[in-house]
Design a protein around this ligand. Structure first.
Ligand code: C2O
Ligand code: CU
Length: 460
């Protein structure tokens, strides 16, 4: 509470007391407050976590919590992370979506993994406001599956208005056996990689079916990330008005009403959620199957969390602005085309996933130049859906399966349905180095659906 000398007016209407207590996430404290730099320490360690009520499970965590704490800074500032690895094996951290220098990207292409007991300082400029996340990039499917992920938020102090009361929501899943022990990251070998390992426990902010309270009419700004290593999220909140306001790289141009939020692994979305009527009580917000393998028999829906709408009187608020932000259109006049195919090959009798017919492990890097704008056509030649992720640079979707993209926005990860294509534009700003792109079903990346992009300064 801050001291206030003004005459107190009536308190503005607020969300119900303790509305987000059951899903609260810690924010890492700034070791150096009062400067442009947010400086935090972060430890990866194995601890016992009560993921299911009454059952303690040993997980790999950042700071002992599932998910890890929120890291938070301001656009135009910097985030300095003093990271220490107390895991039993080497790791790195990738700052998914942040436009960092290549050396800070956390892949094995740019750094030697941090050995157990060792530390590494990540120095991250915060160029763009938005909702991001962080996770390991060494044995990433296994390490993410064991619990290593957290949200990273970059605030913009000049944002037009208060868009809603903030609720960060990290979706993930966890594979546990009957005793509550986490299943091995390489369970079922090739088969597990090929289908993508999905945990049996669905979590929101590390909890099983928690409760969030809401006051009717009063918008909540949900910042959503899908941190599951392979599972898609289709989130349905029956009777709740849901309007998209942001995606991977901050606010989109025009608010967009949605029936459901669909997020492939790695994607983020910001939505404003408003309960339209007082006193309706508990609304189960559910996960639905997107049938990413096109099997035709979707799994049953599962409750994710409950939204409890209290009896307090409906609150009338200002509508959302018609325009949230200007996203400048990339100039495509000189754009260079690039075609990428997501492919499946049979090698020695088993299916191997790849890029342009080559599995990541034996691929030569692709090359591009700083300052160039490219139009990528990414064709999914397989019979299953894949979320495509480009490191280091945001792209503007142009067309999905040759149909114009409905909104101008910045993405770094995008779902590409089976047998369809995505066209997007990207400009390489002056951050040369080795970048990766891959399927964000992390098991598929391990199986070869990944490649390198070497971005170079043109020779003078
Ligand atoms: Cu979030 Cu290369 O990944
Ligand atoms: Cu994939």
């Amino acid at each position: 509470m801050t001291a206030c000398t003004a005459v107190p007016g009536p308190a503005p209407p607020s969300q119900p007391e303790g509305w987000r207590d059951e899903v609260s996430l810690a924010t890492r404290p700034d070791l150096d407050p009062g400067t442009e730099v947010v400086e935090v320490s972060l430890e990866a360690k194995v601890v016992g976590v009560e993921a299911q009520p009454g059952v303690t499970t040993e997980l790999w965590t950042y700071e002992g919590s599932l998910p890890g704490p929120i890291l938070r800074g301001k656009k135009g500032g910097r985030l300095l992370v003093h990271f220490t690895n107390h895991l039993p094996e080497p790791t790195t951290i990738h700052w998914h979506g942040l436009r960092v220098p290549a050396a800070m990207d956390g892949t094995e292409a740019v750094q030697t993994p941090i050995a157990p007991g060792e530390s590494f300082d990540y120095d991250l400029p915060l160029l763009d406001a938005g909702t991001y996340w962080y996770h390991p990039h060494v044995r990433s499917s296994a390490q993410v599956g064991y619990g290593l992920y957290g949200m990273l938020i970059v605030d913009d102090d000049t944002e037009p208005m208060h868009l809603g009361d903030e609720l960060p929501l990290v979706f993930s899943d966890l594979g546990l056996d009957e005793r509550g022990v986490v299943r091995p990251g390489d369970e079922n070998g090739w088969f597990g990689d090929y289908f993508g390992r999905e945990g049996n426990l669905l979590l929101i902010n590390g909890r099983v079916r928690p409760k969030v309270k809401a006051r009717a009419g009063l918008p909540q700004r949900w910042r959503l990330v899908n941190a599951a290593r392979s599972r898609y999220l289709k989130l349905v909140a029956p009777g709740v008005e849901v309007v998209q306001i942001g995606s991977d790289g901050g606010l989109i141009e025009v608010p967009r009403p949605l029936d459901a939020v669909v997020l492939a692994p790695g994607e983020r979305m910001e939505v404003v959620a408003t309960a339209p009527m007082a006193g309706v009580g508990r609304i189960p917000v559910r996960w639905e199957d997107t049938d990413r393998f096109h099997i035709g028999t979707p799994q049953a829906a599962l409750p994710l969390f409950d939204l409890e709408v209290g009896p307090e009187e409906f609150v009338q608020v200002e509508p959302l602005p018609e325009r949230l932000r200007d996203v400048p259109e990339l100039d495509l006049n000189q754009a260079v085309p690039r075609t990428i195919e997501l492919t499946e090959m049979v090698e020695e009798g088993v299916g191997v996933l790849g890029i342009n017919g080559v599995a990541g492990s034996h691929a030569e890097p692709f090359h591009a130049h700083v300052g160039t704008t490219e139009v990528w056509t990414v064709e999914n030649r397989t019979g299953y859906d894949h979320p495509f992720h480009l490191h280091g640079f945001f792209f503007q979707p142009l067309m999905a399966d040759r149909r114009p993209w409905p909104n101008r926005e910045w993405k770094d990860t995008l779902h590409i349905p089976a047998h369809s294509r995505l066209d997007f534009a990207v400009t390489y700003d002056d951050r040369p180095g080795m970048w990766m792109f891959h399927c964000h079903i992390l098991d598929h990346a391990d199986l070869g659906m990944m490649a390198m992009l070497m971005v170079e300064r043109p020779h003078q």
